[in-house]
Design a protein around this ligand. Structure first.
Ligand code: PLP
Length: 384
């Protein structure tokens, strides 16, 4: 049976991996090697030097591509290293249109690194696609979005955006970190490139930092591999092995993240101290219909604000958590909490932050796969 015909759980376990050709090992070995002996000059078994290609990384790159229903994958030393590769496909004078509540690190590499090389970035509210079209011009080369957005959980209509991008012959890239291929496949909705911070749900165990770019377009893939090999920000074999292992339970973990997310979002919504809860599964979430259309579930990422809107109040609640750990990152088996305004999004100027809804009392939860009852009890005592 061809892998593309298989259901998600089967693919998560089998995609990209074959028994090791030399020993039959069912688990892809950690090929901890920099180079490969050649029989004659230029005659080798497909691997010449591990920056260019390493068998463990190669298996993972194939697995990630298959999970996104795509043809090509490339893995990098971090999510931002994947974005770095993508940006190097652009040239001075090119323009990028992105969302206004972007992951802080993406905002930082755009404005802090690539702006000075002459690439122009626009950050717009993508709930109104007319606004995106308004600023498109001959220099626009890429539309870059996250959906759900971080930390406001806005949903962007990927299919509608893909139609707009195609009309103007602009590439559409989607950071699919929050949804994962279990909940959403942007390429099936018309995106050209998918990016992941593999660090999060794909790795899933908070033990690896890694990024990936995925595409089905041969020209784009060739350019990605050329830059990956030239700039060298690759993922290592040990980390690739850990992610291959993590992927095998992605579907089970995501199911539980979604179940726990729903229970906790509903609990927070009914709590008297809570002002707003942001979770796309609510029927009154402004983008619920789009979420329903393009996602297969609503995930375990939730943000909420506390009445009074004080940083001190938010910090006090977070310091009382016993099961939720106060930490950056998300998507691991353990529940985490962070304070976007002073942690992940501190790099974004206060005015822009507030305009995007990232108020002082906003708390973000990455709901893990523990027992929901314990998570609810933890929230109860912290909010008391
Ligand atoms: C974490 C994250 C990134 C950056 O990935 P790293 O692996 O930390 O470099 C990019 N986008 C989103 C949505 C993220 O959550």
């Amino acid at each position: 049976m061809k892998e593309e015909n298989m259901k998600f759980g089967t693919k998560a376990i089998h995609a990209g991996v074959d028994p090791d050709p030399t020993t039959g090992a069912i688990m892809t070995p950690i090929y901890q090697t920099s180079t490969y002996v050649q029989e004659k000059v230029g005659q080798h078994k497909g691997y010449a030097y591990s920056r260019t290609l390493n068998p463990t990384r190669h298996a993972l790159e194939k697995a990630l591509a298959e999970l996104e229903n795509a043809k090509y994958g490339a893995c990098f030393g971090s999510g931002v290293a994947a974005i770095d590769c993508l940006m190097k496909m652009l040239s001075p004078g090119d323009e990028v249109i992105s969302t206004n509540d972007l992951y802080g690190g993406s905002y930082r590499i755009f404005t802090g690194v690539f702006e000075k090389f002459g690439i122009k970035f626009h950050f717009v509210d993508m709930s109104d696609l007319d606004k995106v079209e308004e600023i498109m011009n001959v220099n626009t080369k890429l539309i870059w979005v996250e959906t759900p957005t971080n930390p406001m959980m806005n949903i962007i209509d990927i299919e509608a955006l893909a139609t707009l991008a195609k009309k103007h012959k602009v590439l559409l890239g989607v950071d699919n970190t929050f949804a994962t291929p279990f909940l959403q496949n942007p390429m099936d909705l018309g995106a050209d490139i998918v990016m992941h911070s593999v660090t999060k749900y794909l790795g899933g165990h908070s033990d690896v930092v890694m990024g990936a770019l995925i595409t089905s377009d041969k020209t784009i893939a060739d350019e990605i591999y050329r830059i990956q090999n030239s700039s060298g920000g690759i993922a290592g074999p040990m980390d690739s092995f850990l992610v291959l292992r993590g992927l095998k339970t992605l579907h089970l973990r995501m199911q539980r993240h979604c179940e726990n997310g729903e229970v906790i979002a509903n609990f927070l919504k009914s709590h008297p101290k809570v002002e707003n809860v942001y979770w796309p599964g609510f029927e009154d979430h402004p983008d619920h219909n789009i979420a329903n259309k393009q996602m297969r579930g609503f995930g375990g990422m939730i943000s909420f604000s506390v009445k009074g809107n004080q940083v001190s109040e938010a910090h006090a609640i977070m310091e009382k958590f016993k099961v939720f750990s106060l930490a950056e990152s998300l998507g691991g088996v353990e529940s985490l909490t962070c304070h976007p305004a002073t942690m992940t999004h501190a790099a974004i100027p206060a005015k822009e932050r507030e305009a995007a809804g990232i108020v002082d009392s906003l708390i973000r939860l990455s709901v893990g796969i523990e027992d929901a009852e314990d998570l609810i009890n933890d929230l109860k005592q912290a909010l008391a």
